[in-house]
Ligand binder design. Structure first.
Ligand code: PLP
Length: 394
């Protein structure tokens, strides 16, 4: 049995380009960039070269880039920065959405306990935040608007440029978690009016455990990790050189191939969506078209997502029921619930997230396997017959 990996929203396979870029950083170029001797200074050159290259990929300046341990840390630092800087000016109101990643939501929970007022906007059944809602929510004491670029479970793309424009006009800081968006849709921090942005390398064929925070010049970052003076004093710890250089290579590769990959992956995505259209009582969650090229999220009534995943895995298919962070818990996804999907239906969710390494043949196998597994699980489901007769109402 061959493995068909379609869980790219959870993490991706490292690309050959990224791997090759990382190897010398773990062998010959082992210096500490903070060391003054020549071995250290050679490492420092690679660090600053990587910074310039990643900055270019999002149209930022190199001095606006801070390397982090990943998307979660970047989200934490951006939000903490905006909150504490705002509080100094008496601004303690923060606007976000109901279906953000937990790295955002749990940081906001912490701030709520510290006395900040958190307002989470609706995302509606199409999974898209309304610009008008952001506009109406902004107040004189709003310190931050943080809305993700694209949702990690359903893949819907948010109107980031327009939200950024509203924030700019009202003088409110705007952060976006672009972890799912980068590499799949074009990101330009200037054109999209973004003040702070989070990226994670392992979501676009870079290594795990590295990411970056873009922070527009003029915004004073608050430290989350204290210690040495690395990253201009804003993020302590000896730089993860191999991963940083690997991320730079992966970012350039993603940007270079973005159009080609998006076209190819979108065709695979649509093939699977169309191929499953005949399955009764299923829904495609989130807007049909305004979604990432590779992300599909289905709900199948009458079955449990966990059973679906295990049986697909027996066919070699690695998918997800939602976010990797919630798998293992029996609570239905907060993302699906925020979109108004009933609890019982949300339990039967399946996320398929494709990348350019997937093939048409794999898409055919996935379509067949989903039909087979859904039919089987419904045949042993205690509620399926009742659902068909319309007796079960959520
Ligand atoms: C994966 C992900 C994160 C977390 O990134 P890590 O690098 O794994 O910490 C944050 N936000 C979104 C939308 C993600 O998909």
């Amino acid at each position: 049995m061959t493995t068909i990996y379609v869980d790219n929203a959870a993490t991706t396979q490292l690309s050959d380009t990224a791997l090759e870029a990382m190897k010398p950083m773990m062998q010959e170029i082992y210096g500490n960039p903070s060391s003054l001797h020549h071995i250290g200074q050679i490492a420092k050159e690679h660090l600053e070269d990587a910074r310039a290259r990643v900055a270019k990929c999002i149209n930022a300046n190199p001095n606006e880039i801070y390397f982090t341990s990943g998307g979660s840390e970047a989200d934490n630092q951006a939000i903490i920065t905006a909150a504490y800087n705002g509080a100094k000016k008496g601004k303690k109101h923060i606007i976000s959405s109901k279906f953000e990643h937990h790295a955002v939501l749990h940081t906001l929970d912490k701030l709520a306990k510290e006395g900040f007022e958190i307002q989470l906007l609706d995302v509606y059944s199409d999974g898209i935040v309304k610009v008008e809602d952001v506009k109406n929510a902004i107040r004189d004491d709003t310190a931050l608007v943080t809305i993700m670029t694209a949702n990690n479970e359903v893949g819907t793309i948010q109107p980031i440029k327009e939200i950024g424009a509203v924030c700019k006009e009202k003088g409110v800081l705007f952060h976006t978690d672009a972890v799912q968006g980068f590499g799949h849709i074009p990101i330009d921090v200037v054109d999209m009016n973004i003040d702070m942005l989070s990226i994670s390398a392992h979501k676009f064929h870079g290594p795990k455990g590295v990411g970056l925070l873009y922070c527009r010049k003029g915004i004073v970052l608050q430290n989350v990790i204290n210690g040495g003076a690395q990253e201009r004093g804003k993020r302590a710890g000896t730089e993860n050189m191999a991963s940083i250089v690997g991320m730079a290579a992966a970012m350039e590769e993603a940007v270079k191939n973005l159009d080609k990959n998006a076209k190819y992956v979108t065709a695979l995505r649509d093939k699977i969506i169309d191929g499953c259209a005949d399955i009764e009582r299923h829904t495609l969650n989130g807007d049909r078209y305004n979604r990432l090229p590779g992300t599909i999220n289905f709900c199948f009534e009458g079955i449990e997502g966990e059973g679906l995943l295990l049986l697909l895995d027996q066919d070699g298919i690695c998918a997800s029921s939602g976010s990797a962070c919630t798998s293992g818990s029996l609570d239905p996804s907060h993302v699906l619930l925020s979109m108004g999907i009933p609890v019982a239906t949300a339990h039967g969710s399946l996320r398929i997230s494709l990348c350019e390494y997937n093939t048409e043949e794999e898409a055919d196998i996935i379509i067949n396997s989903i039909h087979k597994v859904v039919t089987y699980l419904r045949s042993i489901s205690p509620v399926w017959e009742k659902i068909q007769k319309g007796e079960v109402v959520d």
